[in-house]
Write a protein that binds this ligand. Structure first.
Ligand code: MN
Length: 402
């Protein structure tokens, strides 16, 4: 496979900031530290640990993570305010994700400010953050709806004032890969660019890939695609797409994607994964029922598995149901052990499995054993034996018992 990417992409994980902004999700400082350790272990470059000005708990978490000696850059979201920057620096963060509104919609309607005012705030905030010894990633909020000339102006002068990196935020998930490929290249000539996408229309992954292909050097991601509304770009999808489809060595320890990382985040946030979610889906992502598929996978897994389950720390499951075929039933019987069936018996077992599956029932191992025992007419050693059975009936008789 030919690598289309000129460099190894970096990952800024914002599960603990944008991901935690998912309605109903709150993590304690200790839980945040646990997630940060898993992120560091898997090979994330930058952990956005929280929003310094949001709460005491956030500050505690940022302090815990920066003190943990993870060897991963600890970043904090800040507004272009000295107050936020002081909190970030005092908590021990290495860097700030310094966010300024870039579109007129956000500048005028949300902030009630002018472009000149936002520009001035951005420049002095960058200077102040550098004075406080922080790495600065200057970020344009709602950049995809901004006047690109204004965005470029803020970014160019921001870098002149000391900003180390830039970030293009598709805050409401309205980019397309085509527009991404148009917007990103000019910005990469100013400084290294990160891409921050949202999944409102299901385009977070393709837009993120398009940005990386266009010269962006870092992807902002969240584990399991957590985030406000439809979520952020899912970490696991970007990593596996780059590895499997584009031949990029991401340097991520992919075998740690499901457990411990994805399952830990799902458990701590209480946000269950959709059964069919790509890569980390709850019960279906690596499960086969259909006879044709299961048969193929049993002969050569690549027939119906674009991503080997073990590559992301998962195992393949073959389940039985109305779509099952002989190969799956035979494989399941072999797994249970103790069954030797003739071709005729196998057909009979399959037919009963399909009938049960057709009723909409999941065919469990216990079901399969009961079916196989019936078909094979196995003699069971009874646990109870009936010694005597008396029935007395009639309209005059007295019921008796012996
Ligand atoms: Mn966001």
């Amino acid at each position: 496979m030919i690598a289309l990417f000129v460099h190894k992409p970096r990952f800024l994980d914002t599960t603990l900031r944008d991901g935690e902004q998912t309605p109903g999700v709150t993590l304690t400082p200790d839980q945040k530290l646990e997630v940060a350790c898993a992120l560091s272990d898997i090979g994330i470059d930058v952990i956005e640990a929280g929003s310094a000005a949001a709460s005491e708990g956030e500050l505690t978490a940022i302090g815990l993570i920066s003190d943990a000696g993870l060897g991963t850059e600890c970043c904090t979201y800040v507004r272009a305010l000295p107050y936020d920057i002081d909190l970030a620096a005092d908590a021990g963060a290495d860097s700030v994700h310094l966010v300024v509104p870039a579109s007129d919609l956000h500048i005028v309607e949300k902030m009630r400010k002018t472009r000149d005012e936002v520009y001035a705030m951005a420049m002095s905030a960058v200077e102040y953050a550098k004075e406080r010894g922080l790495i600065v990633e200057l970020s344009g909020e709602d950049a995809s709806r901004a006047d690109q000339a204004f965005l470029s102006h803020i970014f160019t002068d921001g870098v002149a004032h000391g900003a180390d990196r830039l970030c293009f935020c598709d805050t409401v998930g309205i980019l397309t890969p085509e527009r991404t490929a148009e917007f990103i290249p000019p910005l990469t000539r100013i400084a290294p660019v990160s891409i921050h996408c949202h999944n409102d229309l299901g385009f977070a992954l393709p837009n993120t890939i398009a940005a990386l292909k266009s010269g962006a050097s870092c992807a902002h991601v969240t584990v399991n695609g957590l985030g406000e509304r439809a979520g952020n770009t899912p970490f696991e999808e970007v990593v596996m797409s780059l590895e499997v489809l584009y031949g990029v060595d991401t340097g991520i320890h992919t075998e740690r994607i499901y457990p411990p990382l994805s399952t830990l985040v799902a458990r701590l946030t209480g946000i269950d994964l959709p059964a069919n979610k790509a890569i980390v889906g709850g019960s279906m992502a690596f499960t086969h029922e259909s006879g044709i598929h299961a048969h193929g996978v049993l002969r050569n897994a690549r027939t119906y598995e674009p991503v080997p389950p073990e590559m992301v720390g998962r195992t393949r499951r073959i389940v039985l149901g109305k779509h099952s075929g002989k190969a799956s039933v035979e494989a399941s019987l072999n797994e249970l052990g103790g069954y030797t069936v003739t071709a005729e018996q196998l057909s009979a077992i399959l037919s009963r499995v399909k009938t049960l599956g057709e009723e909409g029932k999941r065919v469990t191992d216990a079901d399969l054993m009961a079916i196989a025992d019936t078909v094979l007419q196995l003699v069971c050693t009874p646990a109870l034996s009936l010694r005597q059975f008396t029935v007395v009936s009639g309209n005059k008789s007295t019921p008796t018992r012996r």
